[in-house]
Write a protein that binds this ligand. Structure first.
Ligand code: GH3
Ligand code: MG
Ligand code: MG
Length: 331
């Protein structure tokens, strides 16, 4: 075997193994069947799944959104500029609409048109590959695309984690105090505008300190999680719940007057009291007390509404716990 052939084989091996980018689904569209076939074989040689548009690149030739399987996401598109002429910009935008705005578009461009194409289309594509190109050049471009997409995915995940950390309570997964209070402000605006009623429930676990003292803090944490989950599942789809403090939850019941809110709150109390928590192999009865207030009785100021629910909760505790108490009706 000549040195030249050996060198070519070793370059190919190098591309396929150590430097091959992580496999992705790649949409390809070249300007004639031969180029399409060559491009498809290069892309699949690099370990990617090929999704070829066979009838040439046009908006009409793109698969309909409903025909695109979201399971096998197409993350990269290699499109040939010369077949689409002046419509290229529209086609790239359409590709993003159908395959997702983050799809990484590599435009194949004849070398002599490179300058003009880059000026005209730089805003709608991510990278250019000048024709003619080698498999190594294509590999380098795809590797860059994969790296950018992975960085973007990492960035989106970090944003999601930061958002969760800022809005959710770690232990229960419910909204934290800031979020539920923000929601209360929004619901109050909406309720006032729609001339409806909003009820607010302050839910407090009864004698929770003794759960911690008897079974330990970790068991207490688990009870908190279970009660949070139970409360959440009992709510209607348009109610809101957040962890207001240690073992206190704030529930917003839009559209509820005193009676409707009291019915929901009593059901919550009964469900929790009738489902003992399994702690350290012992069935431990747990209950909650609930204080209720409503805009019809306490008005539309959030602090006043919460104070009224707190006062009602205090009465529920004094009256023996495991019960619902309503704030004083407006005279
Ligand atoms: P009451 O029926 O009057 O509400 O009695 P209580 O014991 O529930 O109320 P108290 O305010 O005396 O105690 C609340 C307890 O909740 C004390 C605190 O350690 C516990 N607590 C607050 N947050 C957490 C938490 O995140 N995990 C655990 N395990 N306990 C918590
Ligand atoms: Mg409390
Ligand atoms: Mg308590």
């Amino acid at each position: 075997m000549s040195r030249e052939i050996r060198a070519k084989i070793s370059v190919k091996e190098h591309i396929r193994t150590s430097e091959a980018p992580a496999p992705m689904r790649v949409l390809i569209s070249a300007d004639d069947p031969m180029s399409q076939q060559l491009l498809a074989s290069m892309v699949s040689n690099l370990g990617h799944e090929v999704f070829a548009i066979s009838e040439g690149l046009s908006v009409e030739g793109l698969p309909a959104r409903e025909d695109i399987n979201p399971e096998s996401e197409t993350r990269i598109a290699i499109l040939d500029h010369s077949i689409s002429g002046g419509k290229c910009r529209n086609i790239c935008r359409e590709v993003r609409k159908r395959f997702g705005s983050d799809i990484y578009i590599i435009l194949l461009t004849p070398s002599h048109l490179a300058g003009r194409t880059m000026t005209d289309l730089g805003i709608v594509v991510d990278d250019f590959l000048l024709k003619p190109f080698t498999e190594a050049e294509l590999c380098a471009r795809l590797r860059l695309g994969v790296r950018v997409l992975n960085l973007l995915a990492g960035h989106i995940e970090t944003e999601r984690l930061l958002f969760n950390a800022a809005t959710c309570d770690d232990l229960t997964g419910l909204w934290n105090r800031r979020m539920i209070l923000n929601q209360l402000a929004q619901e109050l605006n909406r309720t006032k505008h729609d001339k409806k009623s909003l009820a607010v429930a302050m839910v407090d676990i009864d004698l929770f300190k003794s759960v911690n003292d008897t079974f330990g803090h970790l068991a207490g944490d688990s009870v908190l999680r279970d009660i949070a989950a139970s409360l959440r599942t009992q709510l209607r789809s348009y109610d809101f719940i957040g962890r207001y403090g240690g073992e206190e939850f704030l529930v917003l019941l839009p559209g509820c007057d005193r009676k409707a809110a009291a019915d929901i709150a009593r059901r919550m109390c009964q469900t929790i009291a009738s489902t003992p928590m399994h702690i350290c192999d012992v069935d431990v009865p747990v209950s909650v007390s609930i204080g209720l207030s409503s805009t019809a009785d306490a008005g539309f100021d959030s602090a006043t509404l919460i104070a009224a629910a707190d006062e009602a909760l205090y009465r529920a505790k004094n009256d023996g716990r495991n019960r619902v108490s309503l704030c004083e009706a407006a005279s």
